[in-house]
Design a protein around this ligand. Structure first.
Ligand code: ATP
Length: 327
């Protein structure tokens, strides 16, 4: 794309909401305004493109949101966008509104959607990684991950108080249908005894052996973090299986959607601000159809075709460290 042609961009948030999305929207809007690019805010994710729910934004429209969880633009999981006829409606609205390119803040599903729109109708876009899962190829961290981990760790700290007082075994379920990133990071930071994650086959007998050995060595309580997508089942199912094998009753706490909410951490805000600005600069310089991420501290552009094909897995060295330090 010719750099002189980017006069109007649109920004939207898509997929699951993540803390820091608002900070990122603010960075995109204010950067674009600073570079004299018109910005359209699209409500309710990719569905908003189909509905033509467009609003011109200026710097004042993003006042007071830097610290707010959720997304002021709303988000959606749109079935219609998965169809070519839905994307055709979206493309028509985009062209009619004079939008030159999109900034999509979301997870890999949202980029798959953007990629399909681009393939079918040539609409350029850049992606920004906004998801708590940290499973995205092309960035070391996603916007929202740090906050979600901090929320999980605060909960683990509280559960430990009661677990130690009552000498209890707890299974704490955290989000992660396909990725153990939140489980591993929160287990390590929360001092949990173990993390059960989709990337590693769970051996319940080994788990029980380890809990017994730790008890014999003087441990008064145990906290096992379970990623919701673990192959042995949910925290409730695993607790029931353990009960059937050894008769030891574990208590279950499912953190659920509280992990998505709350004020974004300073780290997420910094990342969101940096990436939001880099996305606008990328469009200005003619870069499109890339994920704008951060790798080893530097801004990195990865083709969306690569991002949607590859999946970043949880760092198994962290899982092993959590296990070692939890003994
Ligand atoms: P999270 O990581 O929080 O789940 P996500 O962006 O991966 O975020 P998805 O629900 O997978 O969330 O995707 C968001 C939306 O992107 C979907 O609701 C759908 O509208 C669109 N989408 C996903 N995959 C495709 C696809 N293959 N073709 C067209 N649209 C798609």
């Amino acid at each position: 794309m010719n750099i002189m042609k980017v006069k109007t961009i649109a920004v939207l948030t898509s997929g699951g909401d993540a803390p820091g999305m608002n900070t990122c929207v603010r960075a995109v809007v204010r950067s674009a305004c600073a570079y004299k690019i018109k910005v359209i805010a699209v409500m309710n994710g990719l569905q908003g493109l189909i509905d033509g729910d467009f609003h011109e934004f200026g710097p004042r429209n993003v006042s007071g949101i830097v610290h707010k969880g959720g997304t002021i633009l709303g988000t959606a999981r749109s079935k219609e966008f998965r169809t070519k006829s839905g994307r055709k409606k979206a493309a028509k609205n985009i062209i009619n509104a004079g939008i030159d390119a999109l900034v999509i803040i979301g997870g890999d599903g949202s980029f798959r959607g953007g990629h399909e729109l681009n393939k079918d109708f040539g609409i350029p876009f850049v992606g920004l990684p906004g998801t708590i899962d940290n499973d995205m190829y092309g960035t070391d961290f996603t916007i929202g991950f740090d906050t979600a981990v901090n929320t999980a760790v605060q909960a683990i700290d509280k559960i430990r108080d009661t677990a130690e007082s009552h000498h209890r075994l707890f299974f704490v379920e955290v989000m992660g249908r396909h990725s153990g990133a939140i489980a591993v990071e929160s287990a390590r930071a929360g001092g949990a005894e173990m993390a059960l994650i989709p990337e590693v086959k769970t051996d319940l007998n080994a788990l029980i052996k380890s809990i017994r050995e730790q008890k014999d060595a003087g441990k008064k309580s145990a906290i096992i973090i379970v990623a919701e997508g673990d192959d042995a089942g949910s925290a409730t199912e695993i607790s029931e299986k353990v009960y059937k094998i050894v008769g030891a009753k574990g208590h279950v706490c499912v953190l659920g959607h509280i992990q998505r909410g709350g004020h974004p951490s300073a780290r997420d805000r910094t990342l969101a601000s940096r990436l939001g600005n880099a996305a606008v600069k990328a469009l200005k310089s003619g870069k499109t159809n890339v994920l704008v991420g951060e790798l080893k501290g530097s801004i990195a552009f990865t083709p969306v075709t690569t991002v949607v094909k590859k999946k970043k897995k949880a760092d198994l060295k962290l899982e092993q460290l959590a296990r070692l330090l939890g003994t």
